[in-house]
Design a protein around this ligand. Structure first.
Ligand SMILES: *[C@@H]1O[C@H](CO)[C@@H](O)[C@H](O)[C@H]1NC(C)=O
Ligand SMILES: *[C@@H]1O[C@H](CO)[C@@H](O)[C@H](O)[C@H]1NC(C)=O
Ligand SMILES: [Zn+2]
Length: 300
């Protein structure tokens, strides 16, 4: 924790420290026993209630300062993340209160037929003026794992992740092809491998990455951004919305965030440099003409 005593005089900083400590604690406590039940004891409505009591206990002056902060701040970042990424962007990036907004769904996907996400993005751009939309995948994603094991279930989860199942079956990215082949039915394994992959398997990690790229590609081609960029290009460049989209993946095991190097922005504007390390596998995103966004496993 970097909050020194001197900083404590600064209420803004104190509040951020408070929240960061809480995040750090919840990170440390995020273990579960073999039954999957939380060891932190935070599993009853009573615990929820007590948490809120503690929150209120910081005192009305500090709370007013919090709400003032939220009111004053304009979020610069919108995250399009996964429902089951238990570590929020606020804890991963240690962001000040009120500085980011998020929209989550299973497998951090975008589809123009998903009205909820489309509305959130439109709102973020038009009402809040966010500058960066970050598609944030996470290694070990249970949604992507389910797309690999693809149980024959007819339910909303399988329906929602069907584009990831399709991506898994059709991608030609080398790591995934190898992984897919190894799980196919073969001699000694007549039904194929139905067990869930572990988070560190290269094929699984690559699929998490390709899925983020697929979302970025869909945002580029099908979301309100395409329309807004066109409108901007027809008028003066100044009127174009200056919104950039990036594809990142978070690694829970190390805390690392990797950049998939697939950022895009309004035509004619240079894309701001992204300080997060790029993964090599993202290299040929722009090279594939027919399916931009699909790494076909060449030149890796
Ligand atoms: C099945 O897949 C799991 C997870 O990827 C792996 O650990 C296991 O070795 C595989 N089993 C066989 C028989 O290949
Ligand atoms: C990222 O992509 C750009 C082109 O879009 C390329 O010039 C650069 O080398 C890439 N970086 C890495 C680390 O792959
Ligand atoms: Zn996930």
């Amino acid at each position: 924790m970097v909050c020194s005593l001197l900083d404590m005089f600064n209420i803004r900083f104190l509040l951020v420290c408070l929240i960061l400590s809480a995040n750090a604690l919840s990170f440390a406590a995020a273990h579960s026993d073999s039954t999957g039940k939380s060891l932190s004891g935070f599993d009853t409505l009573e615990a929820l209630y007590k948490g809120n009591e503690r929150f209120k206990g910081v005192g009305s002056r500090k709370r007013e300062a919090v709400s003032r902060l939220v009111e004053e701040s304009t979020p610069s970042f919108m995250f399009l993340g996964c429902t089951d990424n238990r570590l929020t962007p606020a804890s991963i990036f240690q962001s000040p209160i009120g500085s980011i907004i998020s929209q989550n769904n299973i497998g951090n996907q975008y589809s123009k037929t998903d009205v909820s996400t489309d509305a959130a993005i439109t709102y973020a751009i038009q009402e809040l003026g966010v500058q960066h939309i970050i598609v944030l995948g996470h290694y070990g994603c249970p949604g992507v794992s389910k797309a690999i094991t693809a149980p024959r279930e007819d339910n909303p989860v399988m329906k929602w992740i069907s584009p990831i199942v399709r991506l898994y079956k059709t991608t030609r990215r080398r790591e995934i092809v190898k992984f897919r082949d190894s799980r196919m039915p073969h001699r000694g394994l007549p039904d194929g491998n139905k067990s869930a992959p572990s988070a560190d398997e290269a094929g699984f990690r690559s699929l998490v990455e390709e899925n983020v790229k697929r979302t970025v590609k869909a945002l580029k081609e099908e979301s309100i951004l395409a329309k807004e960029y066109q409108r901007g290009a027809k008028t003066t460049p100044k009127e174009s919305v200056e919104v950039y989209v990036h594809g990142f993946v978070f690694d829970e095991a190390t805390g690392n965030v990797v950049n998939l190097n697939v950022s895009f922005g309004p035509p004619g504007f240079p894309i701001p440099s992204v300080p997060f390390g790029a993964v090599a596998a993202a290299k040929n995103f722009h090279r594939e003409k027919h399916f931009p966004g699909f790494n076909k496993g060449k030149n890796l």
